[in-house]
Design a protein around this ligand. Sequence first.
Ligand code: DQA
Length: 149
Amino acid sequence: MKKILVLHGPNLNLLGTREPEIYGRTTLDDVNGMIAARAKKAGIEAEFLQSNHEGVLVDALQEAPKKGCAFVILNAAAFTHYSVAIRDAIAAIDVPVIEVHLSNIHQREEFRHHSVISPVVMGQIAGFGADSYMAALEVVIRRLSGAKA
Ligand code: DQA
């Protein structure tokens, strides 16, 4: 069975109650549940990790190839905008990473417009709420089935 890793960064454990006008009312468990169900239907096993700690996310990225993960779906949250350590971890592994954001970071405060990880990921999906993750998963499913891009 193909395996993927879904990584959530800081404060995403508070989804559902955290600034719902920006991030919606869907909880992290809801998001993970939707991903797990769609992945299972496609014959893919999804592993999930949320952490508020940069080093834990770096460790998880380093572990992804060792665990045989075919893709990583990553919402690095605030680390997106300044974590060179997470950027370097993504660049160090040979597993494709898809960057996702619930909100459209380009429409928000200036400091959110820049992603330090964008240059080293496969692509970025932002602004669709929980559907940003689902859209990333559809890309993964298509790529793993050998569909042409
Ligand atoms: C976020 C956007 C980031 O700017 C913010 O720090 C987050 C969540 C998003 O999913 O929209 O925590 O990554």
